[in-house]
Design a protein around this ligand. Structure first.
Ligand code: E4P
Length: 218
């Protein structure tokens, strides 16, 4: 399973990239706002900065909600860097725009997906990736990981090439559950990635090995 980091924070991207296990980045307008990146030009520049920091795909979201607007915006985003993936919302015009991007060789990430039916539409339009928001589903007392399993099953049955990108990850356990469910990618906050390192027995074991080495070697 590929690991993406879900942030527009450059320090966090740098830290995740330095681990050597980062495969890409996802952003959204809320994450850009959180970092205080405002103004169309600054936002575009920020995407380029991120693309230059990592070697994998970087999702950049359109803010238009009409077909023509999304196509124009997406073309502009895609021209920024070869690693840009145009992130398009799961609405009727979004699906039409994804079909246009697919036909014109531009990679897409269909975002704000909360059901298998929506994921089916995204795959039929040829989306490169589909983003089910599992944390937000869990927040509503539904089972986000179950949705990942369902989408993976449907895509496998019909041989859709769309990658299942588990989004809205809230914990390290979510990452493991998404891996078990067969997600192709998980996009995660840095804290959830770092949480995967932790196990008290690792710490205790390492401490003992080092102590025994010291005792034996002075
Ligand atoms: C997906 O690409 C989104 O950026 C993200 O995962 C949303 O997560 P949230 O529910 O924590 O806002």
């Amino acid at each position: 399973m590929k690991f993406f980091i879900d942030t527009a924070n450059l320090d966090q991207i740098k830290e995740a990239e330095a681990l050597g296990i980062l495969d890409g980045v996802t952003t959204n307008p809320s994450l850009m706002a959180k970092e205080g990146i405002k103004g169309a030009d600054n936002i575009l520049k920020h995407y380029v900065t991120i693309c230059n920091m990592v070697s994998g795909p970087v999702s950049a979201e359109v803010i238009s909600t009409d077909y023509n607007g999304m196509v124009e915006e997406g073309k502009k985003l895609a021209a920024l860097h070869p690693n840009i993936v145009v992130k398009v919302p799961m609405i009727k015009d979004g699906i039409k725009a994804i079909k246009w991007f697919t036909d014109n060789g531009i990679k897409t990430n269909c975002t704000l997906v909360f059901s298998a039916g929506q994921a089916l539409l995204a795959a039929k339009a040829g989306a490169s990736m589909v983003s089910p928001f599992i944390g937000r589903i869990d927040d509503g007392n539904w089972d986000g990981v179950q949705l990942i399993e369902q989408i993976v099953r449907i895509y496998d049955t019909y041989g859709y090439q769309t990658e299942v990108l588990a989004a809205s990850i809230r914990s390290s356990l979510h990452i493991v559950k998404c891996a078990e469910a067969g997600a192709d990618i998980a996009t995660c906050p840095l804290s959830s990635i770092l949480g995967l390192f932790s196990h008290p027995l690792t710490d205790i074991g390492l401490e003992k090995f080092l102590a025994d080495y010291k005792k034996n070697n002075g």
